[in-house]
Design a protein around this ligand. Structure first.
Ligand SMILES: O=C(O)C1=C[C@@H](OP(=O)(O)O)[C@@H](O)[C@H](O)C1
Ligand SMILES: C=C(OP(=O)(O)O)C(=O)O
Length: 454
């Protein structure tokens, strides 16, 4: 029997690698939703293939969407813009080795219908983006997910759907599991929601709204909504498909109308770049991520600034984003409200830094894949670290760490955080590393290839 643990490898020296990353989870799952609602065929180029995106494709297929692999896209020669591979590492001297082929996705317009069962897994995007689409299908749609998915914030979405005229039976739980009784049409109109627990509650309503009779006007009331870049991504991707969207402070309006088809090129997942770029700091080496977009709504773009504040040299260029570490690196005092999903890797870096860190604005991470604040404190301290929870974040003081089991709580980013710690700490045994497949299947192989350059 293979060991259920992964021994996170220690870096032998400075890494010197180019790491090509698969597509963005957030862009892929938005593109799939909009493709399922489009009036024309869509080709999604270089999508992410991972648990979260396969769950999204399966959920939409269960509702009648036609989503197929476009094999032509992976059959061609080398070079050009056609995607041959979605994850690979090249050492300093080049010679990229493909890790895994990934097909484009092609959709053709289909009528949405129930009855259907939707498995959200632990994917926030599936649990928040699919129910408003399910409301457009005629028939019952039963929605459920992994055990922790039942604890993630969902109540405001259920209430908002009801306010928009949709019948939802949640047994009074305000959480998964629930059944959407779709009639084939949603009236839409104005709705008020408290989206302080997750920006995805707003994004989900906006993405389906072009197909609502009156569109939607979503108004947020409550503590600030996190993840502003992800909301900007939603707005931009809707506009990209010809949908009229107006935005104001805590208000978003989507006009009813057709969703255009065509081709959609998915950017590399910049949040999944975090651990690789962090390796440049920890080892005093160099990591380049190719195809770093010059104009993007992905929160991972903030890594350029955040890692520079810790002492890295982060330089965008024609070859991509290159991050160089200088040896030691400092702590970080940052409000991560907008970029919460970067927290686990930044917390791992903080535990290895030369000075203390305060990461704030991230109380909502308690409702992510696990309670990430508690999980990070427990696991960093389990290796001898000094981390503590703040009401809205983490305070981390560097201390010499030792090996031990690092639990991951079905959270892909806990695996990524552990890998960063393992670069400098011998004997970090990562529990259930396969859970990283939520957004980055093949991560441990990609990590090993990067380290082979050290
Ligand atoms: O819309 C999206 O694609 C996402 C929004 C964010 O969610 P929250 O606003 O719940 O943090 C982010 O953390 C998540 O990984 C992806
Ligand atoms: C919070 C995350 O995911 P989800 O889309 O499940 O919310 C994440 O990827 O860090």
């Amino acid at each position: 029997m293979p060991s259920p643990h992964w021994n996170a490898p220690v870096a032998d020296g400075p890494v010197d690698a180019t790491v090509r990353l698969p597509g963005s989870k957030s862009m892929t799952n938005r593109a799939l939703i909009l493709a399922a609602l489009a009036e024309e065929p869509v080709r999604i180029v270089r999508p992410l293939h991972s648990r979260d995106t396969e769950l999204m494709a399966d959920a939409l297929r269960a509702l009648g969407a036609s989503i197929g692999a476009d094999s032509k896209a992976v059959a061609g020669g080398s070079g050009g813009s056609s995607p041959q591979k979605d994850a690979a590492v090249a050492g300093g001297s080049g010679g990229a080795s493909p890790q895994k082929d990934a097909a484009d996705w092609r959709t053709v317009p289909q009528e949405l219908r129930g009855p259907a069962r939707v498995d959200t897994g632990l994917a926030g995007t599936v649990m928040r983006f699919v129910p408003p689409v399910a409301a457009l299908a005629a028939g019952e749609v039963a929605v459920d997910g992994d055990p922790y998915a039942r604890k993630r914030p969902m109540g405001p979405m259920i209430s908002a759907l009801r306010a928009l005229g949709v019948s939802v039976d949640d047994g009074g739980r305000g959480a998964l599991p629930f059944t959407v009784h779709g009639t084939g049409a949603v009236d839409g109109g104005p709705v008020t929601i408290d989206a302080s627990g997750s920006s995805q509650l707003v994004s989900g309503l906006l993405l389906a709204a072009p197909r609502f009779g009156k569109g939607v006007e979503v108004r947020h009331e409550g503590p600030p909504v996190p993840s502003a870049p992800h909301l900007a991504m939603t707005v931009r991707m809707l506009r990209d498909r010809g949908v009229t969207v107006e935005t104001g402070t805590d208000v978003w309006r989507v006009a009813p109308g057709p969703v255009r088809g065509g081709e959609w090129l998915i950017e590399p997942d910049l949040s999944n770049a975090a651990q690789f770029l962090a390796a440049a700091l920890v080892t005093g080496g160099r990591v380049t991520v190719p195809d770093w977009p010059s104009d993007t709504d992905q929160p991972g773009d903030a890594l350029r600034d955040l890692l520079a504040r810790m002492g890295a040299d982060a330089a965008p260029g024609p070859g991509g984003l290159t991050v160089r570490g200088a040896g030691g690196f400092g702590g970080l005092d940052a409000d991560l409200h907008d970029v919460g999903e970067l927290t686990p890797v930044l917390a791992a870096l903080a535990a290895l830094a030369d000075g203390p860190s305060r990461l704030t604005g991230i109380a909502h991470l308690r409702g992510h894949e696990t309670d990430r604040l508690a999980a990070l404190v427990t696991e960093i301290n389990g290796l001898g670290g000094d981390a503590r929870e703040l009401p809205d974040g983490l305070e981390i003081r560097p201390r010499p760490l030792h090996g031990g089991v690092f639990r991951t709580y079905d959270d892909h980013r806990m695996v990524m955080a552990a890998a960063v710690l393992g670069l400098a700490v011998p004997g970090v045994e990562v529990e259930n590393p396969g859970t990283v497949g939520k957004t980055l299947p093949g991560f441990t192989e990609l990590w090993a290839s990067m380290l082979a350059s050290a």
